[in-house]
Design a binder for this molecule. Structure first.
Ligand SMILES: Cc1ncc(COP(=O)(O)O)c(C=O)c1O
Ligand SMILES: N[C@@H](CCCC[NH3+])C(=O)O
Length: 433
């Protein structure tokens, strides 16, 4: 397993994160347990912020909170000076409760409800990313009613097919997100927005997908977007103030994954955008990006206790853990591949091939299909790496399994940031018959 951030192996052969022994963390907080490396989250925020600069160009990095969000995470993102992308009333509510500055919140979503748009207006959200004409009309009506002005961007599709799992591609012509830049509707939407007294049209947003390794996909999207901005100017005279090119920067999960070097890719992208704008005769807009996974993915790991080890008649060896698709549905959903170790046996060299499976009543509840691990006994501690993004946020209570706790570790100290759910939480909303 690749060790990320502050992970290291101590003298007794135990995995440590943030200066904390994983065995001690499991004892104190129980398992399954999500462990987040604060130093690595901060380092990633800074890496993106520092790489996304170019003289004379206004830029902003916005954290896509769908990857991992809670009140502590809001505080951390705020301290690091990133904006916050939210995509639902729940994410927005979390940000508000955490005191995140609302003018740095960007509200996304292809089907925001009326209630959610009202929330955005009442909270004073900085920018709403409008998905379609229906939403544009609704937001205008609500803004008028509330007498609140609000910045908007249009979510558009540049038609770029990024090389990633089909379920996490987002910018093809039939995508459910946004409107195609080749669709004439965009111009009607623009005319409407520009005529509105309450909607303040700032520009355009695109996002081509997630877990992308090919930097050319990002350059391609930016290029197509600049050509689009030029056409918009030619057709309507409108000069775009903001261009948000979304997130999608892939991270390492397993052998073969080769993330882009953001320290190269981001400056290249800014330079390309600037040159293309100059060539196209348009003003260089403020440029934004929205990484989610790249900020938190490698900064998280999950600790499980191993239970039964089963040799099947068919010849497979299963190691069962006390979690599974309820805390990490990504293997079942996207055929995601993870690396893992037995955290209390880091120095064992005698290994065997196993399949790591969860405890749900579902054959597809597999965390890792093929992996070599030291000989596992009941009560060992399995650590799955790179579970910081889209794990806690996609966790479910299937089979009425309570969601795990989350701890943030740094410099030998662990801080509980999300409590473990209890069985009482599981029946919290049930009403007696
Ligand atoms: C609009 C938007 N922005 C940002 C992201 C963040 O993506 P990632 O976590 O891959 O960086 C997503 C998710 O794909 C998204 O839909
Ligand atoms: N949930 C996906 C990413 C979706 C990105 C949001 N548009 C994953 O775990 O890979």
């Amino acid at each position: 397993m690749r060790l990320f951030g502050t992970m290291k192996i101590n003298e007794v052969g135990t995995l440590e994160v943030g200066g904390c022994s994983t065995v001690a963390l499991a004892e104190e907080y129980g398992t399954p347990l999500y462990v987040m490396d604060e130093a690595l989250i901060r380092e990633n925020c800074r890496k993106y912020k520092n790489a996304f600069v170019m003289e004379g160009v206004d830029t902003q990095v916005i954290y896509a909170s769908k990857a991992f969000l809670n009140m502590a995470m809001c505080a951390l993102i705020r301290e690091e000076g990133l904006g916050l992308d939210v995509v639902s009333g729940g994410e927005l509510f979390t940000a508000m409760k955490a005191g995140f500055p609302m003018n740095s919140v960007y509200f996304h979503g292809n089907n925001k409800t009326e209630d959610e748009l009202v929330m955005a207006l009442e909270y004073g959200v900085g920018t709403v990313i409008v998905d379609n004409p229906h939403e544009l009309q609704l937001l205008d009506d609500l803004a008028k009613e509330k007498k609140r002005k609000i910045n908007i961007l249009f979510r558009v599709n540049p038609g770029i097919e990024a090389h990633t799992h089909a379920f996490i591609q987002t910018a093809h012509h039939d995508s459910k997100f946004g409107e195609s830049i080749y669709d004439r509707k965009i111009y009607d939407m623009l005319a409407f927005a520009l005529a509105s007294e309450y909607l303040q049209m700032q520009g355009f947003h695109c996002h081509i997908g997630s877990q992308i390794f090919d930097e050319k996909s990002f350059y391609g999207a930016a290029k197509v977007m600049i050509a689009f901005l030029q056409q918009v100017k030619e057709v309507t005279g409108y000069e775009t103030a903001v261009l948000n090119i979304g997130g999608g920067f892939g991270v390492y999960y397993a052998d073969g994954d080769e993330p882009v070097d953001v320290e190269v890719c981001l400056p290249n992208m800014l330079e390309m955008i600037t040159m293309d704008c100059i060539e196209a005769g348009i003003r260089v807009p403020k440029v934004m990006i929205e990484p989610g996974r790249a900020i938190v993915g490698n900064a998280g790991c999950t600790l499980y206790k191993t239970g039964a080890v089963k040799d099947t008649y068919g010849g497979k060896k299963y190691v069962f853990v006390n979690g599974g698709m309820t805390d990490n549905p990504r293997t079942a959903l996207y055929d995601a591949v993870y690396e893992a170790v037995i955290a209390n046996k880091m120095k064992d060299t005698d290994k065997e091939k196993v399949t790591v499976a969860g405890k749900c009543c579902e054959s597809g509840d597999i965390l890792i299909h093929h992996i070599e691990l030291p000989k596992v006994q009941r009560g060992d501690l399995l650590c799955v790496a790179s579970t910081g993004a889209y794990n806690y946020t996609m966790a479910s209570n299937y089979n009425r399994i309570p969601k795990p706790a989350v701890v943030l570790v740094k410099d030998g100290r662990a801080r509980l940031i999300v409590k473990r759910e209890t069985y009482d939480d599981i029946i919290r909303n049930d009403l007696a018959y």
